[in-house]
Write a protein that binds this ligand. Structure first.
Ligand SMILES: Cc1cc2nc3c(=O)[nH]c(=O)nc-3n(C[C@H](O)[C@H](O)[C@H](O)COP(=O)(O)OP(=O)(O)OC[C@H]3O[C@@H](n4cnc5c(N)ncnc54)[C@H](O)[C@@H]3O)c2cc1C
Length: 398
């Protein structure tokens, strides 16, 4: 992160956290017509590493397409029963961005703006001084005359709580000694490894005939030791590709724990002085763990609303019916009355992939949603919906 030499104590905007959401917002504010005096981006780390691989699907041009390293127009879906389908997803493409490329791209753009300053410091907390919000760091206190955007506060999802669903994974990028992969299609879900009731699958992104990223992924409440995911990947490489450890080099490693819970908090609006964004603001799609493209869409809308003075607008807009469907879906995955893989298998075997991709991005109509709902095993979904309704009834607490 390019650090500025003298940091003023007061700024129009302060971004606490300069990761994916913080830097994206900085980029949109910098590109907007909003006339701000200065913006301070605070992060405890220097953002220049390849710590994340971001993928998203879209059927149109997106802001950061210039950073896309690879695109796939086809996706594989492998069921537990070894049904292997390769789908064309046109007009969508599945796009991959490496975090180091993206950080460099955004920082280069921001460094051309003298109003933007970077500070490497640890944020210790937030408070108010009169009508202004302040951020306390280990490098001093800073005041925002307009807003603080917080992408560091933890989202309500307990790591040790098995009822709180998380997407958790370890990924290894390997380079083989000989060509073996087909880079024309990504493997979104390989459920052939799903031997437990937890929703687990292998996610494979081949970017050339010799390089691919393998992620052993769970949608479940219970985290595993790192060695577990790595052992699973290594045995998958033997089983699916006949690759022993002498056949490849591990060139990169990444890991993640992404919340898959829905917050019960009242939605934030733009009147607030401190606004949570990114994972912290609940921007992750709870049923998939994806948030890169959603974050872009939500932040573009947020900046548009700031620019046009619509301060009453909600930061993280989601339709109630979509939220209810997510809630039921998550409950089915938590309760494990049915294998998680079965739900995705039914969806992919009975519907066009384009419809599912639009559904997962909350772009489907109510009629399309109802059609999709009839394609999943109905009993566990009805049981989950019933339980949720029962829990929400206003029974007096003992
Ligand atoms: C390995 C990995 C792969 C992912 N892949 C995808 C994907 O393919 N597609 C997708 O849509 N989503 C993906 N995600 C989910 C999501 O897009 C990312 O987690 C994304 O980085 C979230 O953005 P964020 O700004 O909320 O958090 P971050 O990018 O993590 O930014 C938060 C920042 O806050 C800083 N910070 C935290 N605490 C403090 C503090 N006290 N003081 C100062 N700074 C602090 C951190 O250093 C960090 O830079 C992935 C997540 C991970 C972990």
């Amino acid at each position: 992160m390019p650090e500025s030499p003298i940091i003023k104590p007061s700024h129009t905007f302060i971004l606490a956290g300069g990761g994916m959401a913080g830097l994206s917002l900085a980029y949109y504010l910098h590109s907007s017509k909003i006339d701000f005096e200065s913006m301070l981006i605070i992060d405890q780390t220097i953002k220049n590493t390849r710590d994340k691989t971001w993928c998203y699907w879209s059927d149109q041009a997106e802001t950061f397409d210039a950073c896309v390293e690879h695109r796939w127009d086809q996706l594989w879906f492998h069921s537990f029963a070894n049904q292997n389908d390769k789908f064309s997803i046109a007009p969508f493409s599945y796009r991959k961005i490496q975090s180091d490329t993206w950080y460099a791209f955004v920082q280069k753009e921001l460094s051309s703006n003298p109003k933007v300053q970077f500070l490497q410091a640890k944020v210790l907390g937030f408070n108010y001084a009169g009508r202004y919000a302040c951020v306390q760091t280990d490098a001093g206190k800073f005041t925002a005359t307009s807003k603080i955007f917080d992408s560091i506060s933890p989202y309500p999802c307990e790591l040790a709580n098995p009822k709180h669903l998380k997407q958790h994974f370890v990924g290894l990028t390997i380079e083989t000694n000989f060509p073996i992969f087909e880079p024309d299609a990504a493997h979104l879900f390989d459920f052939r490894i799903a031997h437990t009731k937890a929703c687990e699958f292998m996610y494979v992104l081949p970017t050339s005939t010799r390089v691919a990223l393998f992620e052993h992924t769970y949608f479940s409440g219970e985290l595993k030791e790192k060695e577990h995911y790595i052992a699973q990947i290594k045995s998958y490489l033997v089983g699916a590709y006949g690759l022993g450890e002498e056949d490849y080099l591990i060139v990169e490693e990444e890991a993640g724990i992404i919340p898959m819970t829905l917050s019960e908090e009242d939605p934030q609006n733009l009147q607030a002085k401190i606004i949570r964004i990114g994972t912290s603001g609940g921007f992750v799609k709870a049923t998939t763990g994806y948030s890169f493209l959603r974050t872009q869409r939500k932040l573009i809308a947020l900046v548009e609303n700031l620019q046009t003075g619509r301060f009453g607008s909600v930061v993280n807009e989601s339709k109630p019916f979509k939220k209810w469907m997510d809630r039921v879906f998550l409950r089915v995955l938590v309760d494990q009355k049915i294998k998680g893989s079965r739900v995705f298998e039914s969806l992919f075997q009975k519907n066009k992939p384009q419809l599912i991709l639009r559904f997962l991005e909350e772009q489907t109509t109510v009629w399309e949603d109802l059609k999709l709902m009839t394609s999943v095993p109905t009993i566990p979904f009805m049981q989950a919906a019933f339980k949720i309704a029962l829990e929400r009834l206003p029974f007096p607490k003992k």
